[in-house]
Design a protein around this ligand. Structure first.
Ligand SMILES: [Zn+2]
Length: 266
């Protein structure tokens, strides 16, 4: 693996990938080691390979704790690049556009539990070794990390990338994986699909008009898994593609080639 050596002879740790907020790192430690990062027991395979995710607001100097097979513990402090995100303030909105009613709140909570349960299923395989491609290409209408502040209340940041295409456009699996959730009508995200790529990494696809795969199904990179829609709380048809490493939100654009290089290949 092309990477860099963080520590000396006793405990080698190799890391590869963008050391910045939103980045996904590929790591390797001597087989039999245990790894902890940002509160997670990191899945490490029998060859010592693992992933680390750096979320939107990941700390500037997160610590990787490696426990070797002989019990010795080494702490590695990473320095990562922080990012500035697009923040939009909108004031003077009527209050009912800001606060959902009790019935809507109950539905939002039920949806969140479904998503949490799906994400709690974590497969140890490295399906993502199949590599990455765009699920579809098209105009980018929303970027990772942006946030709106409505009447002074910060909303949840936008964790995905929005690609505007008409309803019915095929959505292809960006990598291999196993489907863990296929819900046709969640309040915010409408038709929603979650795919587990292994070792804590998953993709979510939002606002779909149609889902062509079911929970438990193994899928291959490039397979048509769904169709673009305008379901949930949206103003127009688009795909919102999100990537998670446990609770850390990854910037999907850091996994795939620049879109202009592949545009029109889908
Ligand atoms: Zn979106």
């Amino acid at each position: 693996m092309a990477g860099w050596l963080l520590a000396g002879v006793a405990m080698a740790l190799e890391l590869d990938g963008p050391r910045r907020q939103g980045g996904l790192l590929h790591g390797e430690v001597p087989p039999g080691s245990e790894v902890r990062f940002l509160g997670h027991a990191v899945p490490v395979d029998e060859e010592g390979r693992f992933l680390l995710g750096l979320g939107r607001d990941a700390p500037e100097q997160p610590v990787i704790t490696v426990t070797a097979a002989d019990g010795s513990v080494t702490r590695h402090r990473l320095t990562i690049e922080t990012r500035a995100y697009d923040i939009q303030r909108i004031d003077g909105l009527p209050d009912n556009q800001v606060s959902p009613d009790a019935e809507t709140l109950a539905r939002i909570r039920r949806d969140a539990a479904l998503v949490r349960d799906a994400r709690a299923r974590r497969l140890p395989q490295r399906f993502f070794d199949a590599g990455w491609r765009w699920p579809l290409t098209g105009p980018i209408s929303g970027v990772y990390g942006s946030q709106r502040i409505l009447n002074g209340q910060p909303r949840q940041p936008h964790y995905g990338i929005d690609i505007a295409r008409p309803t019915g456009t095929p959505v292809r699996a960006p990598s291999d994986g196993v489907v863990t959730l296929a819900e046709p009508d969640l309040f915010f995200s409408g038709g929603t699909l979650i795919v587990d790529h292994g070792q804590g990494l998953s993709s979510s696809f939002l606002h779909l008009s149609e889902m062509l795969v079911s929970p438990g199904e193994a899928i291959r990179r490039g397979q048509v898994i769904a169709r673009v829609g305008a379901t949930g709380r949206v103003t127009g048809a688009h795909l919102d593609w999100r990537v998670n490493w446990f609770d850390q939100r990854i910037d999907p654009t850091l996994l795939v080639p620049p879109m202009q290089e592949v545009r029109g290949n889908d």
